[in-house]
Design a protein around this ligand. Structure first.
Ligand SMILES: Cc1cc2nc3c(=O)[nH]c(=O)nc-3n(C[C@H](O)[C@H](O)[C@H](O)COP(=O)(O)OP(=O)(O)OC[C@H]3O[C@@H](n4cnc5c(N)ncnc54)[C@H](O)[C@@H]3O)c2cc1C
Length: 344
């Protein structure tokens, strides 16, 4: 594999341009954000003549290195050592800072998971560079700068942010924002082993035990049909009807923030700025007003069917099919109809 370098960079022995993606492989089959970022990086890289690199820290991580190459990484920087088995913020920070100073990537992307939200700002602080958190889009502008698109001011504005002066340009990106590339078993990549420095800081925090939450059967981000309910469903008991409807349709249930705050459903179901981005083929929206913090996360749905008693609700304006009705009653009628058809 060849590094992309301008003749001047070659002369100065300066690394070529690159977009880096941090490999967050924890809970690999559920957490696909690294693969989604690699896919977007591959789309953006030709616009600035860059190559796409992944960075992986851990112990016995060959499997993930292979996965990242199969999903678009052209080079993978790998620090593989038993010391790195569990995520340790101080060790990881020292390593990543040194790597970035050595290889000078133009852009550094991390998933906006709990891990990324903790890790990324600390890296940015150490490198005295900018960071846009929780992006919902990434572009390259006419000057070759990364345009970082993120909700701002409590989600009332969508801001487009650039980092013209400092490097790398850093962003965390919400899971589900981009689509991963298909797994390419024939893909090849360059692997750069990173030796551990002797002066790594000692452990001040030690992981004693971790336990994985049982996964949902299907992830809402991947569901072809999503049924979202809002405060207009009326009560927790009425909201439960959406789960029955979802069962009959093979769909997943999503919810707005007031519903989650009222404890009608788990936080896992939250769709919006503070929750998940979804891109279903069909999205049902029951009793939802259509606040930007919610709709920013459903823009990629192919078909939206909204039910609301207020025809002027923003959600009704956004929908492809807008039905003026009581959400709970409409849901009961639909369930009856579905049951009839399934029996037929
Ligand atoms: C920083 C920040 C982050 C946020 N993040 C998120 C987020 O991630 N996700 C999110 O969803 N929200 C988020 N919010 C909250 C968001 O601004 C809205 O308050 C929320 O989306 C509204 O939820 P809702 O539509 O269920 O409720 P409401 O706004 O109260 O709307 C209820 C709707 O139901 C309709 N209705 C009422 N009764 C019936 C009935 N019987 N039948 C049919 N329709 C009926 C009403 O006409 C109305 O349109 C965030 C806010 C902030 C400030």
């Amino acid at each position: 594999m060849t590094m992309i370098q301008t003749p001047m960079e070659k002369k100065m022995n300066k690394p070529g341009r690159s977009i880096w993606v941090f490999g967050d492989y924890r809970n690999y089959f559920q957490n696909r954000v690294t693969l989604q970022l690699l896919a977007r990086a591959r789309e953006l890289a030709p616009e600035i003549g860059a190559q796409v690199c992944a960075v992986v820290f851990g112990s016995q991580v060959d499997e993930y290195v292979g996965e990242y190459i199969a999903h678009g990484a052209q080079t993978v920087y790998v620090a593989d050592d038993p010391i790195l088995k569990d995520y340790n913020i101080e060790t990881y920070l020292v390593l990543v800072e040194r790597l970035i100073r050595q290889y000078q990537p133009d852009i550094f992307l991390i998933g906006a998971t709990d891990f990324g939200r903790e890790f990324a700002p600390r890296i940015a602080k150490r490198l005295k560079t900018g960071l846009t958190a929780d992006c919902i889009g990434l572009e390259i502008n006419g000057d070759g700068l990364l345009v970082q698109i993120a909700p701002s001011f409590g989600g009332n504005l969508i801001a487009t942010i650039i980092t013209p002066e400092t490097r790398p340009q850093m962003a965390t990106v919400r899971p589900g924002t981009f689509k991963e590339l298909p797994h390419d078993t024939g893909a090849t990549g360059h692997i750069v082993p990173i030796p551990l420095p002797d002066d790594l800081p000692g452990e001040r925090v030690r992981l004693v035990q971790s336990e994985r939450k049982p996964p949902r059967e299907q992830r809402i981000e991947d569901a072809r049909i999503v049924i979202c309910g809002g405060r207009g469903m009326g009560s927790k008991a009425k909201f439960r009807k959406l789960f029955e409807m979802a069962r009959l349709m093979g769909a997943e249930v999503g919810a707005t923030r007031p519903v989650v705050h009222s404890k009608w459903v788990d936080h896992d179901c939250l769709v919006g700025q503070a929750g998940k981005n979804i891109r279903p083929k069909i999205l049902f929206s029951f009793g939802i007003s259509g606040a930007i913090q919610h709709t920013a996360a459903i823009q990629d749905a192919d078909l939206i069917i909204a039910v609301n008693k207020n025809p002027n609700a923003a959600m009704m304006k956004m929908a492809d099919v807008a039905i003026v009705a009581d959400a709970s009653q409409f849901c009961s009628a639909l369930i009856r109809e579905l049951r009839k058809r399934i029996r037929e």
